[in-house]
Design a protein around this ligand. Structure first.
Ligand SMILES: Cc1cc2nc3c(=O)[nH]c(=O)nc-3n(C[C@H](O)[C@H](O)[C@H](O)COP(=O)(O)O)c2cc1C
Length: 177
């Protein structure tokens, strides 16, 4: 069955390592006849959540396109969260995006999630804190299921990831969604 896959790219570095891995996933997914859409958070100038809870009574105080991104999440069956590891957590871009889903996060229901992180370090366990931070978000979404993770280690400079097994893992992940 064909699925709608939304890829949320949290790196500001286009053509960087997580971008390359999500392209691999997309290649596999399209070969399996799924529909894919990748959004680069760096293309949006998302404001921080103010914690004002205006969204409990009406629209978010920020008018910066986030509502459209939330709609895309609600329409997708599968969501891929991709991030570089920045000081052993996700990028600020991805965290800001996650916080801004506050107005409707309880309506982002029953999604399948795939998590991708890239880092310079070569030990996979060092990425656990980053995945745990993303899992904290998944725990808040009704019916969210974590279906897979890619540890894009040993990847510092743009393109380093091409020399790692993560390339094949990301392709196979897409193929088997
Ligand atoms: C602000 C910043 C913080 C970083 N922190 C870490 C880190 O804690 N551990 C690590 O292994 N690599 C760290 N890196 C390296 C990146 O994770 C690495 O270059 C990664 O491949 C970037 O992914 P991208 O190409 O998708 O942006 C950091 C890079 C930057 C710019």
């Amino acid at each position: 069955m064909s699925k709608n896959i939304l890829i949320i790219e949290g790196s500001p570095r286009k053509g960087g390592n997580s971008d390359i891995l999500t392209d691999q996933l997309i290649k596999g997914a399209e070969e399996s006849n799924h529909n894919t859409e990748k959004i680069y958070l760096t293309d949006y100038k998302l404001n921080y959540c103010l914690g004002c809870y205006a969204c409990q009574k009406g629209p978010c105080v920020h008018d910066d396109g986030m509502d459209k991104l939330i709609d895309k999440m609600m329409k997708a069956e599968v969501i891929v969260l991709a991030t570089p590891v920045y000081f052993y957590s996700m990028s600020g871009q991805l965290k800001t995006f996650i916080d801004r889903t506050l107005p409707k996060y309880e309506e982002i229901t029953n999604k399948e999630f795939y998590l991708i992180a890239t880092a310079a370090v070569n030990e996979g366990f060092a990425l656990e804190r980053t995945f745990e931070a993303m899992r904290g978000y998944l725990d808040c979404l009704p019916g969210a299921q974590e279906k897979g993770t890619i540890y894009g280690v040993s990847s510092w400079l743009k393109g380093d990831v091409k020399r790692t097994v993560a390339m094949e893992e990301a392709y196979n992940m897409g193929k088997n969604i």
